[in-house]
Design a protein around this ligand. Structure first.
Ligand code: AMP
Ligand code: MG
Length: 409
């Protein structure tokens, strides 16, 4: 059986980025840049004042001191958005506001609060520092400088710099459309009251929320009963309208597990089925006419973990992001934990990670049975317990995937 890392690698090898396009800057948050974006202009575009004050030549105030102040005539005023009428005459000053272009010949700005001033004069009591309070053209971003690299995720900071450099439209990778099919005769809408033997369909909502949180577009399909013909029909419909297909349930070895045979009958190429992990062992992955298909076990905890650990990096690769994986850290486990016996499987435990004076600690969210959906409440990390670890004592170190933080590798 494949290991988790082998299986995840196989998934990623089968994923190719979607064709990029262009969106308005305000639609680009969270998407990945599809090209290296370089500044077509310097930022700031012109040399300007960093303070409300007086633009002058530092050398004109060289001899200023508390005992012998230097008084300069003020020949005019400049506010942001104005342009200087002419060059600064030696031995004079111009009153200037933050963001206004520096007049030619001026090399420094003395803040208002460091002066005594009148309507047409200013007095300095300290010699100004050459270049003080002046923002040079291009000191922030130089002409032609790389603003955002190919594959960089656009966060508010990147959006700000793209706006300042004139990218009203940005080349990005589009959001992937992810079809979600849930299967099972026992399932009903979450707004309904379960009859005998019925349960609410948690997965459709859980997975759609994950896909949205990861930047994709969930495409909902009507729930599929455990009926081979219905499975065949809905699979075909779903494939026609998505970049990636997720099915939940019906992928194990039960009498009514029709997803696997239906996919194979449709000509899907099996990449793998079953991974040495818990929860999520019967995970399957196929390629069908170029569309990746995940067959995810129905158990909601398993389903969400599989979407986090496999679908998320796949989706990120599809959406052109350079970094695919969550940050990892080691933490000290608060409670003891053990497997029921050697099973050769990686276990994913739901934990709350928190920084303490003695480093990062992880507390189990409660009982870790794969049927305990409430173990997802409050979890902000997954502890990944290696195949060979049968038991961990309280205080032992565990590897965490930090599922609330953006990716760093
Ligand atoms: P399966 O993978 O179809 O054998 O389902 C495994 C377990 O998960 C069963 O107890 C199912 O009732 C449950 N299950 C399957 N699909 C869902 C779903 N969409 N929402 C909630 N529970 C589900
Ligand atoms: Mg089922």
């Amino acid at each position: 059986m494949l290991t988790f890392l082998e299986a995840r690698q196989l998934v990623l090898e089968h994923i190719t980025p979607l064709t990029p396009g262009t969106v308005a800057l305000d639609q680009a948050l969270g998407l990945a840049a599809a090209e290296d974006l370089r500044a077509a202009e310097p930022v700031p575009p012109f040399t300007n004042s960093a303070m409300d004050g007086y633009a002058l030549r530092a050398s004109d105030g060289r001899d200023a001191s508390d005992t012998i102040p230097v008084r300069l005539p003020v020949t005019g005023g400049l506010s942001a958005g104005n342009i200087p009428k002419g060059a600064l005459q030696p031995g004079t000053a111009v009153r200037i506001m933050t963001g206004a272009p520096m007049p030619e010949g001026a090399d420094s700005v003395v803040p208002i609060e460091h002066t005594l001033n009148g309507a047409d004069w200013v007095e300095l009591r300290k010699s100004p520092k050459l270049g003080a309070n002046v923002r040079r053209a291009g000191e922030d971003i130089s002409l032609g400088g790389l603003v955002v690299g190919h594959g960089t995720t656009l966060r508010p900071g990147e959006i700000a710099v793209l706006a300042a450099t004139g990218f009203a439209q940005v080349p990005v990778f589009h959001r992937a459309k992810v079809a979600i099919l849930t299967t099972g005769n026992e399932l009903i809408d979450c707004g309904m009251t379960p009859g005998p033997g019925q349960i609410r369909d948690a997965n459709i909502h859980a997975l759609a929320a994950q896909i949205r949180a990861f930047g994709g577009i969930p495409v909902f399909f009507p729930r599929v009963p455990d009926d081979r013909e219905r499975v065949d029909t809905v699979l075909a419909e779903a494939l026609a309208s998505c970049d990636l297909l997720l099915t939940t349930g019906g992928v194990s070895v039960g009498d009514y597990d029709f997803v696997k045979p239906a996919l194979e009958a449709a000509g899907a190429e099996l990449v793998f089925w079953r991974v040495a992990q818990k929860p999520g062992g019967p995970l399957g992955f196929w390629m069908l006419n170029g569309t990746p298909v995940f067959g995810i076990p129905g158990n909601p905890v398993a389903a969400m973990l599989m979407v986090e650990e496999y679908v998320r990096p796949a989706l990120r690769k599809m959406m052109g992001h350079r970094f695919l994986h969550r940050p990892t850290r080691r933490a000290t486990l608060d409670q003891p934990w053990s497997k029921s016996g050697p099973d050769g499987r990686v276990h994913f435990l739901r934990v709350v990670a928190r920084e303490t004076a003695s480093g990062l600690r992880a507390a189990l969210t409660g009982p870790q049975g794969s049927g305990i959906l409430s173990s997802m409440l409050c979890a902000n990390a997954l502890a990944v317990i290696q195949e060979t670890d049968l038991a961990l004592a309280a205080g032992e170190s565990v590897l965490l995937h930090l599922t609330e933080l953006a990716e760093d590798h």
